[in-house]
Design a protein around this ligand. Structure first.
Ligand code: OGA
Ligand code: MN
Length: 210
């Protein structure tokens, strides 16, 4: 696979920026080429098979703890230089970061992301991604890595856009959902099969209180 680079004024990225400005979230069903989705899914499965994914914690710093009654996914944070497919993904997210800085003046400085695998039955109760004691997370981005996912498999991302407005996203491979981290409460519903994703947060320089 050749290096995956797209300019920060690519129409797909501009559409995400416009959606964020207008309504605070965006869904792009065909964000990734299939070959890259497959390569990322294989990387996630390999890491899981090697025991590298660990139960995710709730909260941050000294107050974080594992609470399967709140979230049941297994994760591993990714870094540049570990795998070509991950580097392609990080390159795309960097172009998106630039596009958002240009279009929304968010001052996003970095991006942190992890693989997540929800085993059958695992869920993540309704929450907001920005921590109470750390407001650096500005924009959340979830990229799904599942082939042949059907609505009856469950595992929807449910966003609470307004008091009476819920929006469900079926976690189909190649689909990217982006939303403002401080504004949109959301949850992950349980599924009948493994549910794979790469989840990440664009951060500004901010007030880390602890
Ligand atoms: C999260 C999260 C959503 C999803 O990891 O904070 O809300 O659809 N993930 O996986
Ligand atoms: Mn979340």
């Amino acid at each position: 696979m050749r290096a995956m680079q797209i300019p920060s004024d690519h129409p797909l990225l501009l559409r995400i920026v416009d959606d964020l400005a207008e309504r605070g979230w965006s869904q792009q069903n065909l964000f990734l080429p299939e070959a890259l989705t497959r390569a990322l899914a294989a990387e996630c499965r390999q890491r899981a098979a090697e025991g590298e994914l660990a139960p995710a914690a709730v909260g941050r710093g000294p107050f974080s703890e594992i609470r399967e009654g709140i979230r049941g996914d297994h994760i591993q944070w990714i870094e540049a230089g570990q795998a070509q497919a991950c580097d392609h993904y990080l390159g795309l997210m960097d172009s998106l970061r630039e596009a958002m800085n240009r279009g929304l003046f968010l001052g996003l400085e970095d991006f942190e992301s992890h693989f997540a695998l929800y085993p059958p039955g695992a869920f993540y109760l309704k929450h907001v991604d920005r921590f109470r004691d750390d407001d650096r997370r500005m924009v959340s981005a979830v990229l799904y890595l599942n082939d042949d996912w059907l609505p009856e498999h469950g595992g929807q991302l449910r966003m609470y856009l307004d008091e009476n407005l819920e929006q469900d996203v079926v976690p189909i491979g190649g689909c990217l959902v982006v939303f403002l981290s401080g504004d949109i409460p959301h949850e992950v519903l349980p599924a009948t099969r493994d549910r794979l994703s790469l989840t990440g947060w664009f951060r500004r320089r901010g007030n880390e209180l602890f």
